[in-house]
Design a protein around this ligand. Structure first.
Ligand SMILES: NC(=O)c1ccc[n+]([C@@H]2O[C@H](COP(=O)([O-])OP(=O)(O)OC[C@H]3O[C@@H](n4cnc5c(N)ncnc54)[C@H](O)[C@@H]3O)[C@@H](O)[C@H]2O)c1
Length: 268
């Protein structure tokens, strides 16, 4: 414990159950002295166990469908009232593809599903940023993080339309981050996380094979949800004030490895 977030206030989206990256992040932020409001879609709140996390961390839960600007406006207003001031950190830990859920192949998309997927997984981040921006809800040197995956840059066949959604998300972080930096010195970044055993992760076809492959490729092994939480804490802290508009690889080195010894041995 380093008290890195003492006196800081935030909003954490996307804690569904104890495996969620947002759940681990909320626990770590709490340990580091930060206070926050938790949010998730109403259906996910009913389905998951966010109330247990709220109890544990002393957080208020404010439901919001992240595709609804009205819900987001209400959330940001409630958060500032409840926390007693402007916001210092925000985690967008939201992703969903209906094509993935329905098992539609990338070459056989239902475009209504495609649209829903990019709205939930990418445009929702723009909506969060725009609401915070126009409500002047962020403190100077605040930090906003969204979670991405390397399929935004490289082909992972089963990642389906989520690859496109993540490319869109990363672009929004850069484009909006520019204006947020200029306006109020707020930084906006994405973390490109290792495959992680969560509800969203397991939704991807072939996930178990892939997570094991990545573990053998990465010199440091896969980054866990807790590792991601720790990295996020550093990005919320005052120690990373000049890091912005970045897509930060957090994958044990996977993204820069061509092939590992362990994988080679399987083919020799
Ligand atoms: N698990 C992985 O392998 C992995 C790897 C890299 C990046 N990510 C990203 O990390 C983030 C968090 O996912 P996770 O792995 O913790 O899984 P998760 O299933 O625990 O979290 C996804 C969250 O998105 C929320 N959500 C879905 N639709 C929403 C909506 N309309 N409004 C508000 N919230 C909504 C869900 O309720 C859930 O809490 C996602 O962006 C995901 O793409 C995950």
């Amino acid at each position: 414990m380093y008290n890195l977030l003492k006196g800081k206030r935030g909003i954490i989206f996307g804690a569904l159950d104890e495996n969620s990256i947002a759940w681990k992040t909320a626990e770590r932020v709490h340990e580091e002295g930060g206070v926050f409001v938790l949010s998730n879609a109403p259906a996910s709140i009913r389905m998951g166990s966010i109330d247990a996390l709220a109890k544990k961390t002393g957080a208020l839960v404010v439901p919001a469908d992240a595709t609804s600007v009205a819900d987001l406006e209400n959330l940001v207003e409630q958060a500032m009232i409840h926390l007693g001031g402007k916001i210092d950190f925000v985690l967008h830990s939201i992703g969903m593809s209906v094509n993935v859920r329905k098992g539609n192949h990338y070459t056989q998309q239902n475009y209504d599903f495609t649209q829903k997927g990019w709205d939930v997984s990418a445009v929702s981040f723009h909506k969060v940023l725009q609401v915070l921006y126009h409500k002047d809800a962020m403190n100077e040197w605040g930090s906003i993080v969204a979670l991405s995956y390397m399929a935004a840059q490289r082909v992972f066949p089963d990642y389906n339309d989520m690859a496109d959604n993540k490319a869109f998300l990363e672009s929004i972080a850069r484009s909006f981050g520019y204006f947020f930096g200029k306006k109020s010195k707020v930084r906006v970044n994405t973390i490109s996380q290792s495959p992680t055993a969560t509800k969203a992760g397991h939704g991807v076809k072939g996930f178990n094979g892939f997570i094991n492959y990545a573990e053998k490729m990465a010199p440091l092994g896969n980054a866990s949800a807790l590792d991601c939480a720790n990295y996020t804490v550093t990005l919320f802290s005052d120690l990373t004030r000049k890091v912005t508009l970045q897509n930060l690889m957090h994958d044990g080195g996977f993204s820069n490895v061509g092939v590992s010894q362990e994988i080679m041995e399987m083919f020799e």
